[in-house]
Design a protein around this ligand. Structure first.
Ligand code: NDP
Ligand code: 8X3
Length: 251
């Protein structure tokens, strides 16, 4: 039985991955902050797919909480085959001279430092077991910079660099590392970016067909299910209606 650890599993891409990996028979370790959602989802997946699911209610920004929660897992659960570093968010869309420094902290602490804290522990388990595949969820924002995207784009450029660095450092241990870089995906992402402003969030997808979370989960599964000698270094996946981060075709 294989094990996948997915961060940010209560919504969007992470939740879609949890379903897809459970459907493929993986045991799951699901990490997120919203306990009710996490518990309900874990029970649903365990019942539907007859797989074991562990949950860890943790904020990836809080290193002590995260570390103690992961280290408390039973030893056999530390033999993780796939880590999906997915937990992440955008906060605000403001020019650099008007940005909220609290927003900047939340993005940097979650998208960069949180990803690192999880990777520090799980990559160490992987090197011990001499197997594993790390999937880092980057973004088109890690390949391009768009107006007012400044700090969010910086965090995703950092994920791109870390993805490359992980691949180099973990190569001697036979661990695969893949970046999945989506364009617009309709999830809770825009609602979180605009702090609950549903109207503003909806405008992001007005008049175009965005990607859905499952489109990204399927791309991740493609990367994970390649033969042992093949690694997908990175994948940039866009809606057909989006040419670049800032250029979209609306009806
Ligand atoms: P969602 O907002 O739908 O999901 C984000 C998930 O991350 C939630 O499960 C949330 O759970 C979790 N999360 C956020 N902060 C923390 C934290 N501090 N600790 C633990 N879990 C956390 O967004 P998406 O599914 O769209 O986003 C997933 C990833 O995809 C992110 O890294 C995002 O940057 C990236 N991405 C998204 C795109 C899009 O257009 N949607 C495009 C490109 C990349 P909870 O609140 O319960 O903790
Ligand atoms: C999310 C996509 O274009 O809003 O990473 O940055 S975008």
């Amino acid at each position: 039985m294989k094990i996948a650890l997915i961060t940010g599993a209560t919504s969007g891409i992470g939740a879609a991955c949890a379903h897809l990996f459970a459907a493929q028979g993986y045991q799951l370790i699901l990490v997120a902050r919203r306990e009710n959602l996490l518990t309900t989802e874990a029970k649903h997946l365990a019942d539907k797919y007859a797989v074991e699911v562990k949950t860890l209610v943790a904020d990836v920004r809080v290193q002590e909480e995260l570390t103690s929660g992961l280290e408390a897992l039973p030893e056999e659960w530390k033999s993780v085959d796939v880590l999906i570093n997915n937990a992440g968010l955008s906060q605000g869309l403001d020019p650099i001279d008007k940005g909220d420094t609290g927003d900047w902290d939340r993005m940097i602490d979650t998208n960069v430092k949180g990803l690192l804290y999880v990777t520090r522990i799980v990559s160490n388990w992987m090197t011990t077991h001499k197997k594993g595949h790390i999937i880092n969820i980057g973004s088109i924002a890690g390949q391009e910079v768009y107006p007012n995207g400044n700090v969010y784009c910086a965090t995703k450029h950092a994920v791109d660099a870390l993805n490359k660095g992980m691949r180099i450092d973990l190569l001697p241990h036979g661990i695969k590392v893949t970046a999945i870089n989506p364009g617009m995906v309709e999830t809770e992402f825009s609602k979180v970016r605009f702090k609950g402003d549903e109207d503003r969030a909806k405008q992001v997808y007005d008049g175009l067909e965005p990607l859905m979370a499952n489109d990204i989960a399927e791309a991740i599964w493609f990367a994970v299910s390649r033969p042992a000698h093949v690694n997908i270094n990175d994948m940039l996946i866009m809606p057909a209606a989006q040419a670049t981060a800032a250029i979209v075709k609306r009806n």
